[in-house]
Design a binder for this molecule. Sequence first.
Ligand code: GLC
Length: 574
Amino acid sequence: MNTKAIQQIRALFQEIYGSLDGFDDLLTVLQKASKCSYRTKKKNWYRDNNIVAMMLYPQLFAKNLSGLKTNLDYLSELGVNFLHLMPIFKMPKERNDGGYAVSDFMQVDARVGNNKQLLALIDACNQQGMDICLDIVLNHTADDHPWAMKAKAGEADYQNYYHVFQDDTIPKQYEQTLPQVFPETEPGNFTYVAEMNQYVMTTFHSYQWDLNYANPKVLCEMLSILFHYAAMGVCAFRLDALPYIWKELGTNCRNHPTVHKLSRLIRMICETICPSVVLLGEVVMEPKYVLPYFGTDEEPECHLLYNVITMASIWNSLATRDTRLLQEQIGILANLPSNNTYVNYLRCHDDIGWGLNEATLRSMGSDPVEHKKFLYTFFEGSYPGSFSMGKLYNYDPNTSDARTCGTLASLCGLEKAFVTDDEVMFVMSMKRIELLHKLLFTLPGIPMLYSGDEIGQLNDYSYLKSPDKQDDSRYLHRGSFSFADANKRKEASYQRRIFESIRTMLALRSKGLKLANANITVNHGEDVSILSFNVQDSKKNLRYYFNFSEHYKTLQDGTEMKPYEVLTREDPHV
Ligand code: GLC
């Protein structure tokens, strides 16, 4: 191992933990890991134009990992070459938060496949140049994980893996400054555990015990897991709930400065042991908290972050027919550190949170709380004239906060068009779906599709019949993938129109501008419904116009744009 790198790791470790206690354990983990071999890819491979990701649950897509392997061709046909897999590890039978409660990080859950299938999938993907991103759920484990079981049995070493308290005195002090993640379904941040007659911190669900990163053993355990899968050929890891991993009394336990030091440390360690591995931080926070997780050019943290604010701003533009917030976001994309990139997306497995830039909203004369109400009622479909069909998620009557669930097609109006048998609404919804994807594929960063959106999959209401799921409206957009519907891409159908338009756009993207180092300039001054920006690489300078309204619009130069149309022009190269 590189001595200089180890010295740097040691120094940062000491800064985080205040001493070198436990550093020898980390060194042992690193020494062991350095004996394995890892995939090597070219430097900054994740900034390549050709990467196209899809987020999917293997078991919903094709029954299990083996089914996924058999159907890789379908994904390649579309142009997908990076599989963002949802949690696959052993999880409790019920109440598992879609796999985000992990019972064993070393075993694939029987409902998703098995370890052999995973290895076979990784090999098959690597052979055809596809990458896999695995979710190592960083912040917590299930309450039946062996560490939690040992803690319940009274083993102090394992109680120290979590935040365990003798009585509720300290939890009550914490609660004074802790917000709620699921105020409606899971209020509170602590759970009383009868088996040990103690309280444990459970920021998310009561069955998800928060890991205690102040104990360096936890970091060692999680790194060992990461190295294990990296040695199997996995090159990307999603760091779930990253902002939450450091807790401190008197704070809101989110985005603590130490979280940044820890993500910096994990990146340094990966660069030393397995330099082709990239880290995708799950930072679903207000705008000002997201960008810092990239770190700086000198001290990078996550390689990849979800472009969550742009995603929410895109939907905001669709509802308001006003692109000003989105223009601001696209402007931010122009100034990112060079060691990182965004994962751009329109939908994912979670709800859409309306964490828009409040200062900008106010400067536009909108009250942020009222605006949020407008957005969630619009996408729920209850706002007069709305084309969308979605559901509220975690409505909090105290703050009037709520988020939105629903598939892309249903939020764009396709489902309502079918329900109301409205041909015009159908045409408009198809245009919206195309507009959003065109924008997604124009932006620099990794475009990520959500499985099913490529064939316009509609909401799935079957979760309402499951006692375990009916309170969690995110299952609305977590329906099983239908190969019968996907096969309709071969005949005249709306599935074909969506699939083919995405396929064509992706093929064009791979031959188009070199986006990783392109310059972006936002063009202000058109009607607020028009998003316009230029993207320039070393050879070309393209100007885009996206009409986010169902009305005809006239550009400043007199060009007429049709509803939801996208125009591209070549500008002189400067
Ligand atoms: C992440 C996941 C979400 C899950 C939560 C708790 O935010 O995206 O689905 O509920 O973590 O694990």
